[in-house]
Ligand binder design. Sequence first.
Ligand code: NI
Length: 399
Amino acid sequence: MEPIFEKDIEEILPQVVAWRRHFHQYPESSFNEVATTEFLLNEIEKLGNVKITRPMETGLVARLEGALPGPTIALRADIDALKMTELTGLEYASKNEGVMHACGHDSHTAMLLGAVSILSKNQQNLKGNFVFIFQPAEEFPPGGAIAMVEANVLDGVDAILGQHVSSITQVGQVGILAGASSANTDCFEIVVKGRGGHASTPNLCIDPIPVAMQIVTAMQQIVPRNISPNDKAVLSVTRINGGTADNIIPDTVIIGGTVRTYTKENREKIYERICSIAAKISAAENCEGTVKYTWGYPSTVNTPAYVEAITALGEELYGEGTVVTMEPSMGGEDFAYYLEKVPGCFMYLGVKNAEKGCIYPGHNTKFTIDEDAFSMGITMMLNGALCFQKLVEEQKKEA
Ligand code: NI
């Protein structure tokens, strides 16, 4: 099988690289993607035949109607960056202080913009419709996906495809897996309230610090002693704050952290254990322990038939061994919300290349990618969308 749009992709690649470098230079944090949205708006308006809507303050949705009737496929890119300082030393490193595209969303945005341009140019030969979701705020819960879904951007959509660059997958490969590919991503904050006073008279105080230590220690047992050894779960205490001086016992200590699971049962069990430990250990020591729990993104669950379609496509276009089965990620991904509404899948585009120094993981200050992956990324998105159309049609026939 010849990849469709091969020539168009080859032609647009330098432009996609330029777009990506532009986004990389001017990264914007979650919900603040004003200039990025403006840039996308200008570029997409130029195409002339793509309808734009703006259901959120930042980000946008572009719609293209093919000349012939057919299924509607959504393609999604996230457009936000992270609040961190870039240390890559790249020529086109971030010019926005304290913000960095360290998760590759600049590439996702540029590749999807390339995909819109190519499909727009080929409108007369297309069947069905295409919805391009340029979503803000993937990195910051509640995230942009849930708002996009609530704004009904998936109305009439039959299936969805998303992709993320992967720093653990070699350039030239695509990673994917059926079922849960990302975790339920929740976080907690425990406030241990005692009664402060002078460090020399602990008998007149209720010192929350040793109580907080007991809570942190007890929490280490939650996963190994409550979750089946066959399941995966992580609980990390990542911050503990209390006190201001060496001679003052503080009133309170705050403990914060993250919980990652794949199933609803484990998600709820860990929540209950945290609440119980915080309240009961505090009570035993005359403190008050309260938990603020933030239920984050649900697990991204790929539809097996769509995973199979992408796998077959990748192998057909690029040969056997191109599509590798990923380990489920403990990371979060708000693409989950789209997949709760429509079938589809989320794939990983390999951007690792040791020869070019692209070895740092996402969210690292030195994270870089191999831009040679873009050709495959756009090819898989475009051909994947057409593949999904076929799959939807087959399924409709069968039904
Ligand atoms: Ni990301």
